[in-house]
Design a protein around this ligand. Structure first.
Ligand SMILES: [Fe+2]
Ligand SMILES: [Fe+2]
Length: 190
């Protein structure tokens, strides 16, 4: 394919699967780190965190399952997601239970924007994947809502960290598509 030709839909679909699978893996790592600390520091939120982590494990499995038929393969920089997710989860859990929910809110809000683009792109191109992402999106929105509803304090720390965590999430998405999120976005918008 010459570089000036538009990307094929199949390539964009492979990239969508790759980045979504990596994102779910990162989310599992965030929750695992937060659970490791919450078991000692905030045992009351362990059931909610466990439920969300289990949702992410299921999402990850579903994306792996959707890959072979579309010729997609997992991201080559999974180590970034693994380490980035764990560090983000660990640091936010250290900063308190409120910050755990700030982290969930920031990550889910960023993910939601990407899922919206993907769903619009897939509507007439890959209906089964469109429906799969639609059902996953509904669960991610429930995570987002839970996080918003469980922040009694919405002070300065939240105002400072919410955009920062969103930026970290965007950077990981950018990295795992080798900076291709921009062109993917344009292709999705076409
Ligand atoms: Fe998920
Ligand atoms: Fe989620």
């Amino acid at each position: 394919m010459a570089f000036w030709e538009p990307r094929s839909a199949a390539l964009t679909i492979r990239r969508i699967l790759k980045v979504n699978h990596a994102g779910e893996f990162g989310a599992i790592r965030i929750y695992n780190a937060q659970l490791a600390l919450a078991r000692h520091l905030y045992p009351d939120i362990v059931p909610a965190l466990t439920e969300m982590r289990d949702d992410e494990i299921e999402h990850c499995r579903l994306f792996v399952e959707a890959m072979p038929a579309r010729g997609a393969r997992p991201c080559r920089v999974m180590a970034f997601w693994s380490l980035g997710g764990y560090v983000l989860g660990f640091v936010t859990a250290l900063l308190g239970r409120n910050m755990i929910w700030v982290c969930t809110e920031a990550v889910e809000a960023t993910v939601h924007r990407h899922l919206e683009d993907q769903i619009a792109f897939l509507r007439d191109r890959d209906r089964p994947l469109h429906d799969l992402i639609g059902s996953i999106q509904a669960q991610e929105l429930a995570h987002l809502q839970h996080a918003v509803d469980h922040q009694p304090r919405q002070g300065l720390l939240r105002a400072a960290t919410l955009p920062l965590i969103g930026l970290v999430t965007e950077s990981l998405i950018w990295l795992s598509t080798w900076g291709d999120t921009g062109s993917m976005r344009r292709e999705i918008a076409r």
